[in-house]
Design a protein around this ligand. Sequence first.
Ligand code: PAF
Length: 281
Amino acid sequence: MITIHDLNALRAQVESWRRGGNVAFVPTMGSLHAGHLSLVRAARLLADRVVVSIFVNPMQFGAGEDFASYPRTLERDAKMLEGEGTDLLFAPSVETMYPKPQDQQTRVEVPVLSDLLCGASRPGHFVGVATVVCKLFNMVQPDLALFGKKDFQQLMVIRRMADDLAMPVRVMGVDTMREPDGLAMSSRNAYLGEQERAIAPVLYRVLSGLAHKLREGSDDYAGLQAQAARELDENGLRTDYVAIRRAADLLEPDAGEAQLVVLAAAYLGKARLIDNIEVAR
Ligand code: PAF
C-alpha cells in the first residue's frame, strides 16, 4: 500500500491506474472499525484499485462538537487498510484540503435534504460533508465511491450532489455492520462508558420494533414515532429524533407508502448515536 499526503502525487498515481482499469474510493475520517473494512472489501470486489482517504474534516463539525477530540489513529488505520489489500491511502493535511481560510472556501450545498433530520440538529454539517466529498472526488477521480448506510442521510446527500452536478462517479451504499448485540459500528462508540455501552443497543432494538409494526401494515406514523422516542428516553437515551420517512427523498410519507426508512438519533453520554432501518412493504 502506498501512503500519499500530497495532491500531485495522488493525481499522478491514480491517473496511471485509471488507464488500465477502474478505481474505487472509500472516504473516511479514520479511527477505522470493521464497518469501514467492509467498505474496503466491497470496493476490492468491484474495482481493480482501491483508494481510501483519511481526513478529519473540520468543515463538517459544528462549534462545540468533537473535532478536536475525534480519535486520530493513522498508524493503526494504515495497518488495517494494508491488511485488506488497499492500494493507496490518501491522508492529506488540513492545509492541503483547505489552503484558504474556511470562510473563503467554495461550498457545495444540497438543499432540502441537508436541512432535515441530522441537518436540523447539526446546521452546516452536510454542507461540510458535501464540500469535502466533492473535493475528494475531484482529487481522486474515482469510477465508484462507497459509503456506509449507517449514515443514510449522508449517503443520500452525496448521491444527490453527484447526480445534480453530473459527477462521473457511481455512489454506492454498503449495509451497516453491527456488533453482536445489534449496535451499529461507529467510531463514536469509543465515547461510550461501560454502562452507556450496555444501554446503546436499545436504539437498534427500538427501531427494529418500529420497523416490524410498519411491515405489519401500520400507518400511524406519528404514533409510532412518539412511542419509539418514549422508549428510548425511558431506557436512558435522550432522543434527538425518531422519523419515518420515504426512502427515496427522506420526506414525510403518505399512508401506504411502500418504501420507507426509519431513522433515529439519540444522545448517550458524550456520544450522539444514529441508526436506521430500511422497510420495504
Ligand atoms: O462518514 C464519514 O466518515 C465522513 O462524513 C466522510 C464521508 C468521510 C466525509 O468527511
